[in-house]
Design a protein around this ligand. Structure first.
Ligand SMILES: Nc1ncnc2c1ncn2[C@@H]1O[C@H](COP(=O)(O)OP(=O)(O)OP(=O)(O)O)[C@@H](O)[C@H]1O
Ligand SMILES: [Mg+2]
Length: 326
């Protein structure tokens, strides 16, 4: 059984236009089915605005969902109502954000920041709380002397380690990391990525790792889900996606990743036009307005998912029987 199972998820935002005051719907997530396996790092990739953060927020119950189910450890988390049930859910599922500074209370010392979830959720002695806090801070590679300091006394990378320690404090099963290294210097990024990898291996944690940076994703993830306009257009093992990308969108995304040592000419696939607005989604296959292989049927029919292996699937008419060409 998957640790997390998402079924037919849809999320709309309601916005008001400034000039006319007219209410508009932004279709951020448009029917996502996704299983997250225990102990894996599943990366979610896709360009800005495709709905990666909204997917994370929906799992974290931070946005209302329009349709679908999010089943965590066999329980539909969208149906949790009591404060007790919701608290239990947040003990198991935690999030790490892009900007560690805004997610750490600047007025609290690190020790208090780390103790807070334990004081709220557990009935433990103060010695036990101190023991857990010290254990978690050393698991993220920091010294216990940091506990007596404030967030502003640290570098970005150290602050992200502290944010990770706080996410670990209640011993969650699943951590959703939304662009956790995007705000950091490249040299620091590698350290945080290695930390997340070692936490996965040593603690058996499961991660959903959201990033627009495919070189980071290649290094850290076991599987990759590629999103376009609120849908998953392709999913597979990291090697399957990098060695044999099937969806034209995945191919275009990957073609823009610089290849180390490659002297060949630029092979970047330029997509036509901008990402369409999530207020007015294209009909048929949502990628058809930018697809280099667009066919007539792509404009009004929605492609079925095609399975290339037990782990590799993609939604594109190029692979339906009458069109197997690439
Ligand atoms: N609070 C909101 N109100 C209205 N629309 C929103 C809101 N948050 C996001 N959106 C819209 O929903 C869509 C998905 O946004 P989301 O932030 O999930 O994308 P993303 O993939 O995380 O992008 P990025 O890579 O820039 O972080 C976009 O069209 C965005 O403009
Ligand atoms: Mg985002």
């Amino acid at each position: 059984m998957n640790l997390l199972e998402i079924k037919e998820l849809k999320v709309d935002y309601t916005t008001k236009s400034g000039v006319s005051g007219e209410t508009k719907l932004v279709h951020a997530i448009n029917g996502i089915n996704l299983g997250v396996r225990r102990g894996e790092i599943l990366a979610v990739a896709g360009e800005s605005g495709c709905g990666k953060s909204t997917l994370a927020k929906a799992i974290m119950k931070l946005v209302d969902i329009k349709n679908g189910e999010i089943i965590f450890q066999g329980t539909n988390s969208t149906a949790l109502n009591s404060i007790k049930e919701i608290r239990q859910f947040y003990q198991k599922v935690q999030m790490v954000f892009q900007n560690p500074y805004s997610s750490l209370n600047p007025k609290m010392k690190i020790g208090s920041i780390l103790k807070e979830p334990l004081l709220i959720n557990k009935k433990l002695s103060s010695q036990e709380i101190t023991r857990i806090v010290e254990e978690k801070i050393s698991q993220v590679g920091l010294d216990t002397s940091v506990l007596d300091k404030y967030p502003h006394e640290f570098s970005g990378g150290q602050r992200q380690r502290i944010a990770i320690a706080r996410a670990l404090i209640l011993e969650p099963e699943l951590i959703i990391a939304d662009e956790p290294v995007s705000a950091l210097d490249v040299s620091i990024q590698a350290q945080i990525i290695n930390l997340l990898k070692s936490l996965k291996e040593n603690l058996g944690l499961t991660f959903i790792f959201i990033s627009h940076d495919l070189s980071v994703i290649k290094y850290i993830s076991d599987r990759i889900a590629v999103m376009y306009l609120g849908e998953i257009v392709e999913i597979g093992k990291t090697s399957e996606i990098f060695d044999s990308p099937k969806h034209p969108y995945t191919q275009a995304l990957l073609s823009s990743v610089p290849k180390i040592g490659s002297k060949t000419e630029d092979t970047t696939i330029q997509l036509e036009g901008e990402l369409p607005s999530a207020e007015k989604l294209p009909s048929g296959c949502k990628f058809h307005t930018r697809c280099p292989y667009v066919m007539d049927k792509c404009k009004d029919k929605i492609p079925e998912e095609h399975e290339f292996s037990l782990s590799h699937r993609c939604k594109c008419f190029l692979y339906t029987n009458e069109n197997s060409m690439i």
